[in-house]
Design a protein around this ligand. Structure first.
Ligand code: ASP
Ligand code: MG
Length: 406
């Protein structure tokens, strides 16, 4: 008997017809003698709709209230899914995050799971029921509802799988798995059979939207086998798992892109110790994540240009802060460019191959694409390019590293 955690995303539970189809699928797996825990997202579009309601009322909704509001989408789906399961003859019971003891910190709208006290889940399983858990939510020490950040139901599922030592955590979505690039940009992108936790972590943070980044961290930390697959067919999907020897033979695993980038440049700031610290401390204090940083060498005027990227939602705040600092430092001013995008290549294999960076730059240059910024880690290389050239860059790289279907 296996213990399987299955998470169904918004499009898989978009309406009552699909919820019934999910229930059929779950019931047949349970009937085959498995224990199943289901985690559900809100029905497609619901969370956006609730955000819209809040925006109609205020530009700056209180985050505690926002969490209670947003958490309700998942509750609706969990109750409907439990009913649909019962209707198939499969005993089932719905639970909120609070009821299954998902404790988080207090950072409303982006809370981190601290602990899961899963006794009610265990009891339900022992009674032969399929628990259906509302994803994306927990409670803090005051018992106030928190949410885990957009896309956070994946993390609920993996955290439950880790807490109960499930045999597998399956993430059901509307795509067949993890692809070598976004198939909407590269039509002959290939679905991967396997990908390592580290590669998947990079890809999630580099803009591949298929999994919530934190869910992959959990899966890696607790060694939970994670499968991404479609709820609309029976195909096996992509297994996210520990790295193995075969993975290293492939130089590059996938290409990602991220349009959600803005570049900010401080022009001619004094080139002396402590300047970068002043700038980035101020930005960090405003809870803004800085991604890439590039500092040019200084010329005769002992001043330098300093550029960094932030996500689009933070661009205004980051610009205002940087402008203020620029005035204090007597620099030449601040420029902002929202028309940039990040294109990245990812692969554990690049650690054991030479010339990967060179091949990336050469490929972009042959395609006439100017690179504005570069950053690297052990298993990824990212370039910032003009957003109008992003798709061409993804296509050219996919081609150059031979990732297409065979
Ligand atoms: N409903 C939430 C969202 O749309 C959480 C999730 O679906 O994972 O972001
Ligand atoms: Mg999702």
């Amino acid at each position: 008997m296996s213990l399987i955690v299955q998470k169904y995303g918004g499009t898989s539970v978009a309406d009552t017809r699909r919820i019934k189809a999910v229930a059929e699928r779950v019931a047949s797996i349970a009937k085959n003698g498995n224990q199943v825990i289901v985690v559900v997202s809100a029905m497609a579009g619901e969370t956006d709709k609730f955000e819209g309601f809040a925006k109609d009322i205020t530009e700056t909704p209180d985050e505690r209230e926002m969490d209670l509001l947003l958490s309700s989408g998942e509750r609706i789906t969990s109750a409907l899914t439990a009913m649909a399961l019962q209707e198939t003859g499969c005993p089932s019971m719905s639970f909120t995050g609070r009821q299954v003891g998902i404790r988080t910190d207090s950072s409303h709208t982006k809370a981190l799971i601290e602990d899961i006290e899963a006794s009610r889940l265990k009891t339900a399983l022992n009674e032969g029921k399929v628990p259906v858990v509302a994803g994306f939510q927990g409670i803090n020490e005051l018992s106030d509802v928190t949410t885990l950040g957009r896309g956070g139901s994946d993390t609920t599922a993996v955290a439950i799988a880790a807490a109960l030592k499930a045999d597998v955590c399956e993430i059901y979505t509307d795509v067949e798995g993890v692809f070598t690039a976004d198939p909407r940009i590269v039509p002959d992108a290939r679905k991967m059979d396997r990908v390592s936790y580290d590669e998947m972590l990079e890809m999630a943070s580099l803009g591949a939207k298929v999994l919530h980044g934190r869910s992959v961290e959990f899966a890696k930390k607790y060694n939970v086998p994670l499968v991404v697959r479609s709820s609309f067919n029976e195909r096996p999907g992509t297994l996210v798992t520990k790295e193995d020897g075969a993975m290293e033979k492939v130089v590059i695993t996938g290409i990602t892109h991220d349009r959600n980038q803005t570049r900010i440049t401080l022009m001619r700031v004094p080139d002396r110790p402590g300047i970068a610290a002043v700038i980035f401390e101020a930005v960090a204090k405003a809870n803004i994540n800085v991604d890439m940083i590039v500092q040019n060498i200084s010329s005769d005027d002992h001043a330098t240009d300093m550029s960094f990227t932030v996500s689009k939602k933070d661009e205004k705040k980051a610009f205002d802060i940087t402008k203020k600092i620029s005035e204090e430092l007597g620099s030449k001013g601040v420029s902002i460019n929202s028309d940039v995008a990040k294109v990245s290549i990812v692969g554990v294999g690049m650690q054991s191959h030479f010339g990967v960076a060179a091949q990336m730059f050469e490929t972009l240059s042959r395609a006439g694409i100017n690179i504005m910024m570069i950053s690297t880690s052990e298993i990824k290389i990212s370039c910032v390019v003009d957003v109008s050239q992003m798709e061409d860059a993804v296509k050219a790289l996919h081609d150059s590293f031979n990732l297409a279907k065979v």
